[in-house]
Design a protein around this ligand. Structure first.
Ligand SMILES: NC(=O)c1ccc[n+]([C@@H]2O[C@H](COP(=O)([O-])OP(=O)(O)OC[C@H]3O[C@@H](n4cnc5c(N)ncnc54)[C@H](OP(=O)(O)O)[C@@H]3O)[C@@H](O)[C@H]2O)c1
Length: 273
């Protein structure tokens, strides 16, 4: 498993982490992933998976980089503190390695939310601050609201079927040392790759890999990008870990990008994932 720096933190995280939205796989797939080097586990208070992850990482907490998120409805100072304490309780941990704002919330001043995030860092409850689903403007405002911390990551949708961050968010993150944590990198299931599936299958056959590995490796081909596929199955987690440590050729990248053209404008989808 290749490692990469998280933002400008100096800390190394794996190319492939473990997503947990709608995760119902129990402990074994997560522990297998950690064993194979996929030691960043992504959660959110909204996913209700922190307790399952807490159980899965019991005894191996020191080997895991715990990433969770506070929901936008909890962006008031007092609520940020409460949400973090509840996540720590469910995770049975003393510290959240990466605490992310799940979605922007324009109704609550970002200075208040980021002030609370820095208080959590000062209290030793959070190590690094990240955001999710933030535009460039929102990242700039969030960074300006921090007095001493740097935003280390922006978790955004990125896959062959949704390349919209390539227009603004990805170049900004690359230029400013912010890690892009690519969510739904398998398009929420291989059946969703649609018309481009034939090209994916062809590139996979040529490289002796699986389609999922090609889809993930295409994301990793981009500087500053890591992926967090979710699987309930240990075998698929193993397969997904095999997406790191090799590179698609320029020719393969070109074939994939012709089959999955960039859509341009960033899509806004206010969900709870
Ligand atoms: N920040 C946000 O707003 C946000 C939004 C969405 C997601 N996320 C995060 O990103 C993570 C990943 O995104 P996602 O769960 O939406 O979608 P995803 O990882 O793109 O796809 C998950 C789906 O792919 C299947 N799958 C996984 N590995 C596979 C493989 N090797 N071969 C075939 N199928 C495979 C899974 O089924 P099985 O489980 O049955 O294997 C599941 O149905 C989430 O779990 C969550 O942590 C964040």
């Amino acid at each position: 498993m290749n490692l990469q720096e998280l933002g400008s933190s100096g800390v190394q995280v794996p190319d492939v982490g473990l997503g947990t939205w709608a995760y119902t796989g129990g402990s074994a797939p997560l522990r297998r992933g950690v064993e194979l080097g996929a030691f960043l586990i992504d959660m959110a208070e909204a996913y209700h998976t922190e307790d399952a992850v807490g159980a899965a990482i019991e005894g191996i907490r020191g080997d895991v980089f715990v990433a969770t998120k506070v929901s936008p409805s909890h962006f008031r100072r007092r609520d940020v503190h409460r949400a973090a304490d509840e996540s720590l309780r469910l995770l049975k941990c003393d510290v959240i390695d990466l605490y992310q704002l799940h979605w922007p919330n324009s109704r609550i001043p970002i200075a208040e939310t980021m002030g609370a995030m820095e208080e959590l860092v000062d209290a030793g409850k959070v190590r690094y601050i990240g955001v999710s689903n933030f535009s460039v403007r929102e990242m700039e405002d969030a960074q300006a609201a921090l007095s001493k911390s740097r935003i280390v990551s922006n978790q955004v949708e990125y896959s062959l079927t949704d390349r919209s961050i390539e227009r603004e968010v990805l170049p900004y993150c690359q230029a400013n040392g912010i890690t892009v944590i690519a969510y739904s990198p398998l398009a929420r299931g291989l059946g969703n790759f649609g018309k481009g599936s034939a090209a994916l299958a062809e590139v996979a056959a040529k490289n002796g890999t699986t389609v999922a590995q090609v889809a993930l490796n295409w994301c990793l081909h981009h500087d500053r990008v890591m992926v967090i596929p979710k699987s309930n199955s240990a075998a698929r987690v193993e397969e997904n870990c095999g997406a790191s440590g090799w590179r698609l050729s320029d020719e393969d990248i070109a074939a994939l990008e012709a089959a999955f053209p960039s859509q341009g404008e960033r899509r806004r989808w206010f969900g709870v994932l």
